[in-house]
Each structure stands twice: as C-alpha cells, then as structure tokens.
Design a protein around this ligand. Structure first.
Ligand code: HAM
Length: 423
C-alpha cells in the first residue's frame, strides 16, 4: 500500500479545513468589497506560457517547474503561479475587448519543485488578484491597501510592507549595465547562483540572501538609482496614495522579486513570526507581460498571498481559528424499532435548515448519547416508542443539560428558534 504523500505536500484535515475556509472566505468578502470578480483557470498550462511569462532566467522556470509530456507529446506544466494564466485567459477570452480595467481574483494550488522547509511547500495555495488594463498608480495602491486590509481583518499584527520600483525596461537595462560594472571585479566572491545570474539576470543578485552576496551588493547601485523621470514620478504617486490612506511601508531598493515580469511597483509583505520563509505575500506591476504572451501592449498589476504562511503567522501570533463544524442536532433513537422513524426525522430536520446527524453503527442508546457528545452537537433529539406514539420527542440542550419535550410537528422550526434565537 502507498502510505506516504509526496514530499512538500500536505493533507488538510477536517480540524484545519475550517481555518482554511475562514481565511479564504475573508479574502472573498474583501474581493467583493473592492469589486474584483473571480476567475478560475486550469491547474496546468502549456509550458511555454510560463517560459515566456515568468521568464526563462528565473529560478521558477529554470529549476522549479513540474513539467511533463502528456500523451499527445505536448509539454505541460503544473502552474507555479497564477498571473501568467490569468493574463492568458484575459487574452484568450477577449476580456480586453470589454470595459477596462478588468479586476479579477483567484484562489487555488500552485506547484514549485523547491526544497521543502517550514513555510515552503511543493504544492502550496495562493490568494491572488490582478488588474488588467490600467496604468494608473492608484491601482497599485488599491491592491496594496487590499492586501493590508485583508491581513488586518484576519487579526495579523506587526507585518512589514516593503515597496520598491524596478522601473521600466529602459531603467532596467541602465541598472543592468551599472550592476555588471560594479560586480565584475567581485565576481569570484559571489555564490554559484549569483555567478550564473551575473550575465543572465544580474538584478536578482540584489536580493540574494547569501551573506557574502548581500555584503558585496550592499554598495551596489539599486533600482532607485536608475529610475527615469516617468518611473520616478509613478513611484512617488504610489507612495502618495499609500500615505493618504495611512498605510505604513518601508522603501526597500533591493526588493526585485523572483519573477521577471515586474515593471515599476514591486512589493512584499513580511512576517517575522514564521522563520526564514517570511514573505507572506507579494506582487507588483507587469506592464510588459501581456505583450510577452502575445497580446497588445496592456498594463497590469497584481499580487498573490501564500495561504500556508498566513495560517502559520496566525498560529504564531496566537490568533484563534474556527474549529470543526458541529452538528446543530444529533438524533438518538431509544430502541431498534424506532430506527426507521429516526432516519425519517433526520431528513425532516435537514430539510428544515438544520445540520443534523444520527448513529450509523447500530449503537445502544447509551453509546449513541456518548457519541453525540463527541460530535459537539448543540441539541440531541431523543426518540422513544412512547413519545413517538404521542407525536413528541425529547430535546436535550447539550450545553445546559436541560431536556424538554417538543411536538414532532415543525420540530425543525422549534429547534431552529433555539439554535438561531427568535427566528
Ligand atoms: P511569489 O512571490 O512567487 O509571487 O508568490 C507569492 C506568495 O506565495 C509568496 O509571498 C508566498 O507567501 C507564497 N509562496 C510562494 N512560494 C511558496 C512555496 N513554495 N510554499 C509556500 N508558499 C509559497 C507570485 O506568485 C506572483 N504571481 C504574484 C503576483 C501577482 N504578482 C503580480 N500579480
């Protein structure tokens, strides 16, 4: 028998699933308030989408993708992120021909073959949002505000919001040149990864976490040293909107993020409560991505947040999450002759709007009561032959232990009044 799940994956058991749902539901409520509509794209895409979209010099494309040939010999990749698929769907379904901007959100699993560790999984889950079709800095600020509002509503505290501008392609080619000039004499002291990045993608050296690389790049030119006047004014404008909303941030000129598509704004939110994998969300603007995947020049901006890391931070900060769902009612039948009747009443209670369950192991009445207690139900309906003849049932409040008799006519309505009060 195969007993172990693949490394870097997790089973979300019923006692955790309620917490996951709570986080996802809170995100959905905020998306509704900010007028983002849901999009669901496939879990797998043509490999080329990520090669062209995410960038073939990124860690994701170079070494982290789950890529395979399908039975039709096409190269397929399990999505490592959600932005390129959303952009593909926007173009393929002609959403660019309708009213702009298009504001979309998504939730779901992503796949990256990286070394698993606390907070880093091979299958992980993101909550994301993308705005396609507006170049305005107010949209960048809206998205950042939305992220911070979401974390705040979950009760998270002490998070750090880092923002930067990585400029336009012109600013970046200027930076690239200046960086290469600066790093060339120190090339041999960089880590193997960064030596590889030197000619292909030197910007990534700026946010390498290796001690030697960080020391070397400490004095290196950064993105902010190379911004053209237009990019500089866009960045000031994003900061202005954030200031106006009272959102605290730190400008981090070393923040370049691990995906190639960013232009102008880049941001990341850090939690100090979860160890090395401290980024609980990030995003930015990607004005060249839509063209890179074959569409007309169209601006875009968005973010994605890691659900596992959000939950880890909530646990680290002692924030209570909802527990397992409890039944409203558990139906106990006192003798085997009333079992069929109990079965019928169970369905009447459910039709009446209650969550209801009963014994399915043929337990004795005493064992049924014990089991009912374990389910955490609020009320137990006790059916005995005598009460049934009178058209009645005993209803026990499990919190107070108090038991009353109720008529079977509109039993659900009577219990609902107790559960939901006054309805
Ligand atoms: P990303 O920074 O690669 O950006 O991922 C966003 C978030 O997903 C991270 O901040 C982290 O919380 C979570 N995450 C990433 N990798 C893992 C992992 N291996 N295990 C657990 N959690 C992880 C993107 O994916 C971009 N698509 C964001 C974006 C949207 N930019 C513009 N629009």
């Amino acid at each position: 028998m195969i007993t172990a799940r693949p490394r870097g994956t997790a089973d979300i058991l019923p006692e955790e699933a309620a917490g996951w749902r709570y986080v996802e539901d809170t995100f959905r409520i905020i998306c509704r308030e900010y007028c983002y509509e849901e999009i669901r794209t496939p879990i797998f895409e043509h490999t080329e989408l990520f090669e062209r979209g995410v960038g073939d010099t990124t860690d994701i494309v170079e070494k982290e993708m789950y890529t395979f040939r399908d039975r039709g010999d096409r190269s397929i990749t399990l999505r490592p992120e959600g932005t390129a698929p959303v952009v593909r769907a926007y173009l393929e379904n002609n959403l660019n021909a309708g009213p702009q901007p298009v504001k979309l959100f998504y939730t779901g699993p992503m796949f990256r073959y990286d070394k698993p560790q606390a907070g880093r999984f091979r299958q992980f889950h993101q909550l994301g949002a993308e705005v396609l079709g507006s170049p305005l800095p107010s949209v960048d600020a809206e998205l950042i505000a939305m992220v911070m509002e979401f974390y705040g509503r979950l009760g998270l505290k002490g998070l750090e919001l880092h923002i930067n501008s990585v400029g336009c392609p012109r600013c970046r080619s200027d930076l690239r040149e200046r960086l290469q000039q600066f790093l060339n004499p120190k090339l041999n002291s960089l880590c193997a990864n960064c030596r590889g990045r030197f000619s292909r993608n030197p910007l990534r050296i700026l946010d390498c976490k290796e001690k030697d690389c960080a020391e070397i790049s400490a004095g290196a030119p950064t993105t902010l040293d190379c911004l053209c006047p237009d990019c500089e004014s866009r960045f000031s404008s994003v900061k202005g909107y954030l200031d106006r909303l009272g959102i605290a941030y730190q400008v981090d000129s070393r923040l370049v993020r691990g995906l190639d598509y960013y232009t102008n704004t880049a941001f990341e939110v850090m939690s100090r409560d979860i160890g090395a994998q401290s980024s609980i969300g990030g995003g930015g603007r990607y004005n060249g991505l839509i063209e890179a995947v074959g569409g007309p020049p169209t601006p875009g901006v968005g973010f994605a947040l890691g659900v596992e890391r959000i939950l880890l931070t909530m646990k680290g900060q002692g924030i209570d999450l909802p527990g397992r769902d409890r039944p409203d009612v558990f139906v106990v039948n006192a003798d085997p002759d009333t079992e069929m009747e109990a079965f019928k009443i169970l369905f009447t209670l459910r039709k009446g709007g209650l969550s209801a369950d009963k014994d399915f192991l043929g337990r004795s009445m005493k064992a049924q009561m014990k089991y009912a207690g374990k389910t955490g139900c609020r009320y137990v309906v006790i059916l005995g032959g005598n009460e049934l003849k009178r058209g009645a049932a005993g209803v026990k409040d499990m919190a107070s232990g108090e038991q009353v008799e109720m008529t079977l006519t509109d039993l659900a309505g009577q219990i609902k009044k107790k559960v939901y009060g006054g309805e």
